[in-house]
Design a binder for this molecule. Structure first.
Ligand code: XIL
Length: 365
């Protein structure tokens, strides 16, 4: 693992001092309770199939999560599979589950370069009309007005590999259709539809030490600074947190400096999609579990040390339902499950669960 040595030592030591990975009991309060007791929120993405048909995992979602987000069912390809044929059902269902269980809900995501229906891709390419974006935002945000914790208005607009001086994802169908101004337009449309729900910009791969990550951080800060300078209604930054344990290097200093720059703009911070890819790790799952926990602890300690940080969502709760296990670049070639989430495939708490619990406690250390 290429975790910065100091952080690894910090993380491992704190982990050992806190709930021992073997000693933590399954009956400890859920992370939702522990987070709330420390002024934070913890939650997870989920989906209607899990909530309807998986009693173990849906029970764990109830126990552990204080906030929910749809893993994919609030994406445009699911909400508007055909022009003006909206399907709010799945998002309504998840929002109803959250309400029934005293959980918050956040919206993800209104404008992304991926998960768009083909009719939209074609329309953006052939007859770009901003209403293709603003009408959709208005319909979705109005429906949940005042009921969501926050919205990810624009997701992953940065891609320095596209070669633009501003580091934006010029290959995005939205950028191709409307230029960089689509980002401002999206936020204004969301604010027009809902006067108060906090609006977030969400970005991935800004966490590591390598130059590739540094270029993405620089472009993200430039984007956020521009939004703030133009008084675009943005209140928060979502740092996805898809960490690549054995393929990238992480240090608390890098993450700390970046989050200080974000909070200096007056923005709230939320870790929105934390998981830890264990691909290319040692064969022994217990060793990978300990390494995943150490990186989680080190990463969240620095995130939770920032007053602007609201909390953390993991991108799933149990290894049995993890994006990592089915995504190229993260998945194991032999088909074994990634072990990058707080619960194992039997929904039992793993060392990563203890690491999150310890990081929450550490916030007040
Ligand atoms: C992924 C989901 O996990 C998949 O189920 C879906 O098919 C595609 O989207 N960054 C994001 C998330 O912001 O929305 C993505 O989620 C993962 C990467």
């Amino acid at each position: 693992m290429r975790l910065d040595r100091r952080s690894l030592l910090l993380g491992t030591a704190a982990l050992a001092a806190g709930a021992s990975t073997r000693g933590f009991a399954q009956e400890q309060p859920g992370l939702r309770v522990q987070a709330r007791n420390h002024g934070l929120v913890y939650g997870t993405c989920t989906d209607t199939n899990t909530l309807r048909n998986d009693p173990d995992l849906s029970a764990a979602v109830r126990t552990e999560a204080g906030i929910l987000v749809a893993e994919y069912e609030t994406k445009r390809s699911h909400v508007e599979p055909a022009p003006d044929a909206y399907d709010f059902g799945p998002t309504d269902f998840i929002a109803g589950f959250a309400r029934a269980n005293g959980q918050l809900m956040r919206g993800h995501t209104l404008v992304w370069h991926a998960s768009n229906p083909s009719w939209l891709e074609e329309a953006l390419a052939s007859r770009p009309d901003e209403k293709l974006m603003t009408d959709y935002i208005r319909a979705l945000v109005t429906r949940y007005r005042g009921r969501f914790h926050s919205w990810d208005v624009v997701n992953e607009a940065v891609e320095p590999e596209d070669g633009s001086p501003d580091g934006l994802r010029t290959s995005s169908p939205w950028h191709r259709a409307f230029g960089p101004g689509y980002i401002d337009t999206a936020f204004h449309a969301a604010r027009e539809a809902d006067p108060s729900t906090p609006l977030f910009y969400n970005e991935t791969n800004v966490e590591g030490d390598e130059r590739w990550f540094a270029k993405r951080r620089a472009a993200t800060l430039k984007l956020l600074e521009g939004l703030v300078a133009r008084k675009v209604p943005v209140q928060g930054f979502g740092m996805q947190g898809h960490l690549k344990l054995y393929r990238s290097r992480y240090s608390q200093a890098t993450v700390s400096r970046f989050l200080d720059e974000v909070s200096a703009m007056g923005l709230k911070i939320l870790v929105t999609e934390l998981d830890v890819a264990d691909i290319a790790g040692p064969a022994d799952p217990a060793r990978r579990d300990a390494d995943v926990a150490a990186l989680t602890k080190s990463f969240l300690d620095v995130c939770f040390s920032k007053p602007a940080t609201l909390g953390c969502l993991t991108w799933g709760l149990s290894d049995k339902k993890s994006w990592l296990s089915t995504t190229k670049g993260y998945q194991w070639p032999d088909g074994q499950l990634s072990r990058g989430l707080p619960l194992d495939a039997d929904c039992r708490r793993k060392p990563m669960w203890a690491a999150i619990a310890d990081a929450i406690q550490y916030k007040h250390a």
